[in-house]
Structures are given as structure tokens and as C-alpha cells.
Design a protein around this ligand. Structure first.
Ligand SMILES: Cc1ncc(COP(=O)(O)O)c(C=O)c1O
Length: 392
């Protein structure tokens, strides 16, 4: 018999009733160190006092009015994002997937307005993940995500990782935009080198193609810069943001230059809930905290500390782990044992991690994880590794 909850997830038999910083607590009081942070969502950990206060205060004033009216909290958050990034304008959503849909629409409309309506194609990378809508699965293209859901939205070409010739060949006079994650999350914590991001920018400029970055997972201070592409010293035309921006409240944002957004006039897009006062009040508080230079520097310091410990962990358990991957606090352990076995052993050791493809274990802790919790996480990962079944 089908469960009341549609069974699209292989869920662990764990239910939490409380969160405190980097810790999650079950009904019977068991405490787990959370290195998944709701898959890179709880950027400031669970129940951060400033976020609880902001949400509570806003909840007592106003929850929802719809986009028929001006929303001061939305205007404030948009202004903050415009001030802090390449963007001139922002559309708010409730999820990352919705930003993918708008990115596709906005990019096509740009070329349509420019008198090139034939430019409708998108180039994406193998291993990409942009969400689960029909547009987003066409962009990702992996068999696991698209099988049985066809016919897919046409116009998407996936390029093999690192195949520069294929990339150049795929961009034609029918191409609308290239969509990439500067660091793939679901795809196994794979970072595009700065040189590749710069090369992509040049290629897009010389061919009149728009460049879209999906920073849903790698953005919002996770790498020690507000957005991951900043390390490469280039900017996109359009950027997808979600997860960390709401700190746990469902919130996404599609950022764009004025030029890229020029076709998106009144009536071309909308959302009932997107940009509601609750989400935007929380988002502004998250952004106020994580955009501080001192906060970003701390992310870098904590990341170096964590990474050093992870290198030692890999050296201590060569049958379980192969290498450390990632940037900042978007870290991955490429496994030799099955990554899902390490995740399960982690439940036994009281530490929560997330599996990704390519047999990678993802570590996406709260960005303000205390040093003592990093040390505890390493000790628990060590116990989990010792308890993981290996071939040898
Ligand atoms: C890079 C990236 N893009 C898009 C999405 C989709 O976001 P959401 O699940 O909020 O719709 C995700 C979610 O994991 C993601 O990691």
C-alpha cells in the first residue's frame, strides 16, 4: 500500500524534533552533528537567535499580501542583493527549481527581444542538477532524472565534463545560454576551475550567448565569498540563488543584469508566494550576517581547519576514502567504500552527511559551525569510517 507521503525519497528512519546550531535532536534525546544542514540550506545552523527573532517579529506583523502590492521587505532584500552583486534586478521565488524555470524563460525572451527568436537552445554540463521541474530535468539530462518523463523540453545539449572542444562546438547561432554550477553539488562536489569559468565568459561574450550561473548550492557565502564565481573574477548575466539565502525558510532569487532582464516586463512572469514578507525579512537578515567581510573570512578559516582534518581522515582510512574535494565549506569525500554505507555508519556515530553521485559524501555544515563542533565532527566521522564495511 502506498504511504500517505508520496514515496519519492529513500528516507533514513530518523525524525528530529529540535535543532540547535549544528545539532539535531530526536524525540528520545539523541543528538546528531548535522553536516548536511538541510542540504546546504541552514547556512546559520538551526534556530539561529537573530533569524528566530526576525521571523517571529515579521510573523506578528504581516505574512502575505501577494505581488499585486509593493512589499517593502522584498524591495529591501532586492536592493541588498543588487548592492552586493553584479545584478541590477531580482525576482524572488520559493525554491531553486523556480529560479531555473525563470532563467530559461528570461534567456529566451532576451534573444526574442533582440530579434533572434531562433536562439532557444541551452548548453549544460554532465552531472548538472538544476531541480526537478520538466525544464530543470531537461537541463540536467541524466537518465536517472528524465527516464519515463518524456517527451522532454527540447533544446538542451549536455557536454561531457572537461570537454572544451564539445563545448565550443555546441554553442551555435541557435544557442540561447550556457547554464552551469560553478561547483556541482548533487554531481559530486565538482568545482569548475577559475580558468574554465573565465573561458566560458569569453566564449559567451564572443558568441552573444548568455551565461547563467546556478549558485543555488554553492552560493550565499558557502565558499568564503558571497558567491562562488567571485573567485574567478568574472560575472554571469543571470544567477540562480536559493537554499542558504533563506537560512531554512523557503526562498529563492533570480538575479540578472538589466540587459539580460530586458524582456521581462509586467505580465511576463509571476508567483503568488515568491517574495513574501516572511521569507524576505529572513533573507535580509541572513544576507546582512553572511555578507560581512569578517563572517566570510571566518568561513575561509573554518574551511581550512575542516579540510586539514579531512585530509588526515582520508589518510587514516584509505580503504574508505580516496580524496577530499570542494571549496570552502562545500566539501566532499570521494569514497572507496560505498558512500551510502558511510552515511549509514554516520547515523550510528551520531553524524549526518549527504551522499552525492560519483560515490561522494557531501559535507555542507552550517557556515558558523563552532571550531569545537568541527573537531567533534572529525572524531565522529573517524568512528563512522571505522564502522564502514570495506572490500579489503
Ligand atoms: C545547484 C542546484 N540547483 C537547483 C536546485 C533545486 O533547488 P530546489 O530543490 O530548492 O528546488 C538544487 C537543489 O539541490 C541545486 O543543488
Amino acid at each position: 500500500m502506498i504511504s500517505p507521503v508520496l514515496p519519492t525519497y529513500n528516507r533514513a528512519d530518523l525524525a528530529f524534533v529540535k535543532g540547535e546550531g549544528s545539532w539535531l535532536v530526536t524525540q528520545d534525546g539523541r543528538r546528531y552533528l548535522d553536516l548536511g544542514a538541510g542540504i546546504a540550506v541552514n547556512a546559520l545552523g538551526h534556530a539561529h537567535p537573530a533569524l528566530v527573532e526576525t521571523l517571529t517579529e515579521q510573523a506578528q506583523k504581516l505574512w502575505h499580501v501577494s505581488n499585486v502590492y509593493r512589499i517593502p521587505e522584498q524591495e529591501r532584500l532586492a536592493e541588498m542583493l543588487v548592492d552586493l552583486t553584479f545584478a541590477d534586478t531580482v525576482f524572488f521565488t520559493n525554491s531553486g527549481t523556480e529560479t531555473a524555470e525563470l532563467a530559461i524563460k528570461m534567456a529566451r525572451k532576451f534573444h526574442y527581444e533582440n530579434g533572434q527568436p531562433e536562439r532557444t537552445g541551452f548548453v549544460t554540463l554532465e552531472g548538472a542538477f538544476h531541480g526537478r521541474s520538466t525544464g530543470a530535468i531537461a537541463a540536467a539530462g541524466s537518465e536517472k532524472m528524465v527516464k519515463g518523463f518524456g517527451p522532454l523540453m527540447p533544446g538542451f545539449t549536455q557536454i561531457r565534463w572537461g570537454d572544451h572542444d564539445a563545448l565550443r562546438a555546441a554553442i551555435t547561432d541557435q544557442t540561447c545560454a550556457v547554464i552551469v554550477e560553478p561547483i556541482q553539488g548533487e554531481g559530486g562536489i565538482r568545482a569548475l576551475p577559475d580558468q574554465c569559468l573565465k573561458g566560458l565568459r569569453d566564449l559567451c561574450d564572443s558568441t552573444g550567448t548568455l551565461l547563467v550561473f546556478d549558485e543555488v548550492q554553492c552560493g550565499v557565502a558557502r565558499t568564503g565569498r558571497l558567491f562562488a564565481h567571485e573567485w574567478a573574477g568574472i560575472t554571469p548575466d543571470i544567477m540562480m540563488v536559493a537554499k542558504g539565502i533563506g537560512g531554512g525558510f523557503p526562498l529563492g532569487a533570480l538575479l540578472a543584469t538589466e540587459r539580460a532582464a530586458k524582456g521581462m516586463v509586467a505580465g511576463t512572469h509571476g508567483s503568488t508566494y515568491g517574495g513574501n514578507p516572511l521569507g524576505c525579512a529572513v533573507g535580509a537578515k541572513v544576507l546582512e550576517i553572511v555578507s560581512q567581510p569578517a563572517f566570510l573570512a571566518e568561513v575561509g578559516r573554518k574551511a581550512a581547519l575542516f579540510r586539514q582534518g579531512l585530509e588526515a581522515l582520508v589518510a587514516a582510512h584509505p580503504q574508505v576514502f580516496e580524496a577530499v574535494r570542494g571549496e570552502g565549506l562545500m566539501l566532499g569525500l570521494k569514497c572507496r567504500a560505498a558512500n551510502t554505507d558511510v552515511v549509514k555508519a554516520g547515523y550510528g556515530a551520531g553524524v549526518l552527511t549527504v551522499a552525492a553521485v560519483d560515490n561522494v559524501l557531501r559535507l555542507l555544515p552550517a557556515l558558523n559551525i563552532p571550531d569545537a563542533d568541527i573537531a567533534e565532527a572529525l572524531a565522529r566521522l573517524d568512528r563512522a569510517a571505522a564502522a564502514t564495511p570495506t572490500a579489503a
